[in-house]
Write a protein that binds this ligand. Structure first.
Ligand code: DX5
Ligand code: ZN
Length: 221
């Protein structure tokens, strides 16, 4: 079936040398760049925005940039990320006043669109917009910080999401985000995920073992 993809979360990269970090992790075998946008309002942390996405494109990064919006409101930042070179844009449905419209805006801008489900957010949010989804992202931690522990019940939710996607017959990727690492990625894949975000597991380990190499940890995933 579809290939498994690894999307390192640059939240755990060294922001002082972000361009090199992204180049290095892609050269080491990563598929996507996962780009966490936090607004200190929807989530309790403040990170990076469209200017940094644009800077990575200007630096020559060609890989898909997977923008995970943890912001409220959602709509007024979507256009900026489309212009900044985002490839996919996902958002939390409870942070959008008009979920169908936000999804449509993303697709109209030529990007892949997706919804993100917090651990306690029900999957029913996807029911009436399945045909507008390219991605479904399940959070396996509460959003806001890297380095948290994987919430085990997410495995049940993954199985349920996998059933819904398969029943739809649509080519929707099932992405998992939070606490993913070498020790649990196999059971996460068995539960139905095909796209794996990992932040601290990749950048933390890579930096500790050998400052400019991420191929060992990527090969282990
Ligand atoms: C959390 C972010 C994640 C985070 C994952 O709100 O959405 O992408 O960076 O980090 P790890 O893999 O360390 O849990
Ligand atoms: Zn994320």
């Amino acid at each position: 079936s579809r290939p498994f993809l690894i999307a390192p979360s640059i939240l755990s990269a060294d922001f002082a040398r972000l361009g090199e970090e992204v180049e290095q992790v892609l050269a080491s075998g990563a598929d996507w760049v996962h780009f966490d946008v936090m607004d200190n309002h929807y989530v309790p942390n403040l990170t990076i925005g469209p200017m940094v996405c644009k800077a990575l494109r200007n630096h020559g990064i060609k890989a898909p940039i997977d923008v995970h919006l943890m912001v409220k409101p959602v709509d007024r930042i979507i256009g900026d990320f489309i212009e900044a070179g985002a490839s996919s844009i996902t958002f939390h449905p409870e942070a959008s006043e008009h979920v169908d419209r936000s999804l449509q805006m993303i697709r109209d801008g030529g990007c892949q669109a997706g919804l993100v489900f917090n651990p306690a957010t029900p999957l029913q949010w996807m029911d009436h917009v399945m045909d507008k989804l390219d991605l479904v992202l399940l959070m396996s931690v509460n959003p806001g910080f890297g380095g948290q522990k994987f919430i085990p019940n997410t495995l049940n939710k993954l199985r349920e999401a996998r059933q819904r996607i398969d029943a739809s017959g649509l080519p929707i990727r099932l992405e998992i985000d939070g606490g993913v690492g070498v020790s649990n990625i196999a059971e996460i894949a068995a539960a139905g995920a095909d796209t794996f975000v990992a932040g601290s597991a990749i950048f933390g380990a890579g930096r500790t073992e050998d400052p400019h190499r991420y191929d060992t940890v990527l090969a282990a995933l």
